[in-house]
Each structure stands twice: as structure tokens, then as C-alpha cells.
Write a protein that binds this ligand. Structure first.
Ligand SMILES: [Fe+2]
Length: 221
């Protein structure tokens, strides 16, 4: 039975023997070339004629992202007390409390960026952060009274931090592309706080919380 590799070998052999006989590979005919250039021209004409669906640009996307994060920060600020109340490790309580204070400052920073744009601060409902926070609340219901409560809180809070890091990272790049130096500096400040909060949570989880939860876990490995 002929295999795919046999087929390839046959094709290669045919090409080789054609070359050896001084034959050139068939070039497209003049008719085929004309047809092809007509098709390319028609395609680019259709592209050029396509009307712009919207005149929105990067500045609009930046403003949308700002409203999105304004909503996210306000929602995080309201949700953090539930996490702080459920937390047990004093260092985790301290870290979350400190980050809530930072969050209040971030809300003000976002308001300052709206001001730079000459706009009033507005929050646009963000399904992504709502989903992450809802999951956090349901994790608290499932693990809040368990030995893994602190690990679950860190698990949820780091999802929030990473979401914020990705959004602020994009926004920083948007601000740079738009030549908004002051906004970019503000966003870099927030980004540094989110990254530091995330690092602190990783340290807490890896240095004490996870091991403590594992040690008192009832389950056998
Ligand atoms: Fe934040």
C-alpha cells in the first residue's frame, strides 16, 4: 500500500527528474495572471469601499477601560471587608486591610485621570470583576469555616490582583501610545501597588498559610 511518505518521495523524484531534463516548472499563464490581479484589485476595492462601522479609537477604549476599573476598584473596596472578616492569620488581615486603604487611594487616582481627560468620573459595570468577586464569595461559603479558609482567601484575592495587573498594564500602554504621560505615571503607580500586593499574598501563602492548612487538614494524602 502506498503511504503518504511514498507519495512525497514520488513527487520529489518527479521534480528532480524534471529539473534534470532541463524542464522548468510551469509558470501561470497570462490569462491566470490577469484573473489573479483582477481578483486582488476587486478585493482591495471592496475593502476601501467598506464604510467605517464606528469612529471609536484608542482614546475611547482607554476611557472605557478607565470606567471599567473605576467600577472594579469601588466593588473591590466594598468586598474586601468580607475577606478581612473571614481571614484568620494576622499578617493576612494586615495585608488585606492595607490593600483596602491603597484601593481607596487608587479610586482617587482614577478620578484624577478622568479629570486629566476633562471628563467626570463614571463607573461602567464590569462583568469580569463581578465574576471573580462572586467566585470569591462562593469560595468563602465553601471554605470560610475550614482550615483552608486563609488559603481560599488568598486564592481569590490573587485572582483579583492578576485581573487588575493585566488591565492596568494594558491601560499604561494605551496612555503611552496616546502621549498621556501624566496618566501613564498614575497608572504605573497603581500597577506597582497591585504587583506588591500580589507578591505579599504569594509570600504569605507559600511561607505559612498553605503549610498550616495542609498540616491541620483532616484528609489523608
Ligand atoms: Fe486595585
Amino acid at each position: 500500500m502506498a503511504t503518504a511518505s511514498d507519495d512525497t518521495k514520488t513527487k520529489t523524484a518527479t521534480k528532480k527528474s524534471a529539473r534534470a531534463a532541463g524542464q522548468k516548472t510551469a509558470k501561470p499563464t497570462a490569462e491566470a495572471r490577469t484573473k489573479r490581479s483582477q481578483a486582488v484589485a476587486a478585493k482591495s476595492k471592496a475593502k476601501a469601499a467598506k464604510p467605517a462601522v464606528t469612529d471609536k479609537g484608542l482614546a475611547d477604549l482607554f476611557e472605557h477601560a478607565l470606567a471599567d476599573m473605576y467600577y472594579a476598584e469601588k466593588t473591590i473596596y466594598k468586598t474586601l471587608p468580607k475577606m478581612i472578616k473571614a481571614a484568620d492569620h494576622p499578617d493576612l488581615i494586615a495585608a488585606l486591610t492595607a490593600h483596602r486603604e491603597e484601593t481607596a487611594g487608587q479610586i482617587e487616582t482614577l478620578e484624577a485621570i478622568f479629570e486629566l481627560l476633562g471628563k467626570r468620573a463614571k463607573a461602567v459595570k464590569c462583568d469580569a470583576i463581578d465574576g471573580i468577586l462572586e467566585e470569591g464569595e462562593s469560595l468563602l461559603e465553601d471554605f470560610g469555616d475550614s482550615v483552608a479558609a486563609d488559603a481560599a482567601i488568598i486564592f481569590s484575592c490573587q485572582a483579583v490582583e492578576h485581573y487588575e495587573i493585566t488591565r492596568y498594564g494594558s491601560m499604561r500602554a494605551f496612555a503611552e501610545a496616546l502621549g498621556m504621560d501624566e496618566a501613564k505615571t498614575h497608572l504605573e503607580g497603581i500597577l506597582a501597588q497591585e504587583s506588591a500586593a500580589d507578591t505579599k499574598l504569594t509570600e504569605l501563602a507559600e511561607d505559612s498559610v498553605n503549610d498550616a492548612a495542609a498540616e491541620y487538614d483532616d484528609h489523608d494524602a
